[in-house]
Design a protein around this ligand. Sequence first.
Ligand code: SAM
Length: 388
Amino acid sequence: MGQNFLQDEEIARWIGDQVQPDGADIVVEIGPGMGALTKHLVGRPKKLILIEKDSQLAPELQSQFEGRDDVEVIHNDATRINLRAWFKHGPLRIVGNLPYSVGSEILNLLVQKDWNVEMLRVVPPEVFVPKPRVDSAIIRLTPRDPATLPVFDHVLFDRLVRMGFSQRRKQLKNLLPEAPGGWESLIEALGVTGMVRAEALSLTQWIQIARHYEQRHEADAGQKASEMFDVVNERNEVIEQLTRGEVHKRKLLHRAVHIFVINKRGHIYLQQRSHLKDVSPLKWDSSAAGHLDAGESYASAAVRELGEEIGIHIEATELATQIPAGDNTDHEFVELHIARHDGPVRCLPEEIATGDWFKPEDISAWVEARPQDFAKGFVTCWKAWAQK
Ligand code: SAM
């Protein structure tokens, strides 16, 4: 459990200040232990959530904060807690003096792809009881602007990094799968020698490796303004075909399909749109959604979008509801379809920043509290579906 308790008041207060808790909507502390950091956090954010795994310490914290509405103590393993239910509170601030066992080179790489990492301070062993055998670093992570890295398949990146670090003494060439075009072409692209080991490569070089395996050799591009759409009249009858750019510029009526993918547990997959999208970048959206191509039906567009955006290949979807074009759909006649699926989801990185499964009640609470986190078309679909 890595129980080295912080004894230095000044450092504890200083760490608490680094998360800027005053007036924050929500701060989560992982592993509060005997409350060394906690006492400098209580009363500062609107809500403080404490997650402690230890079966003696957690009940003590629970009785200490009993009766306080702004403090919640959760007796659980923090790695098993689902943070999604708290998205409705807005951006989370998470703080903790974590057990030393969480640190490793591989973690550093996996963290940096999504976070900016700032080294704030190094503290000596003497400030903890019992005294650890190493110094401790205090670091701050803030979300990385996705536009600072080229797009890459995050699942593939994780898999390659784990393979590369699986046997420290071995050269990378013997740990990674056969590279497209051969190992030589990969090391040439990276500008390294054939004997290179995993820890010698930077984040940018690991991303280059992932892109090489994806055979993604062209610069990242957003959506094409030249795609052709059917333009429709107010009765949703096709009247002409024009480019995407033209349709959006002139606010012409057109067609789109949204799909909610639901698993056996009744959870729904939502995607966060990529920063490369021209409309609603980084907003949360339906599992998959898109315009109908010229001449395409809603049903076939639903199956195509599921395959293209999130790698789900199914024969057919079910029609849930039809929504007329209006401001709340950005001038689209929308059909909402449902797909049942339990297997993995594989996001196309230029379309989707990330995605996850949510309980419907968590989505409803989140949409209610923070509609600004979502694409407009999704909110319309969600409300139409929830009413049914
Ligand atoms: N925050 C306290 C301090 O600064 O003195 C305690 C820090 S101590 C390094 C780590 C704390 O994390 C311990 O209280 C331990 O019981 C708790 N802990 C360890 N693993 C945990 C886990 N998976 N989930 C929640 N708490 C955990």
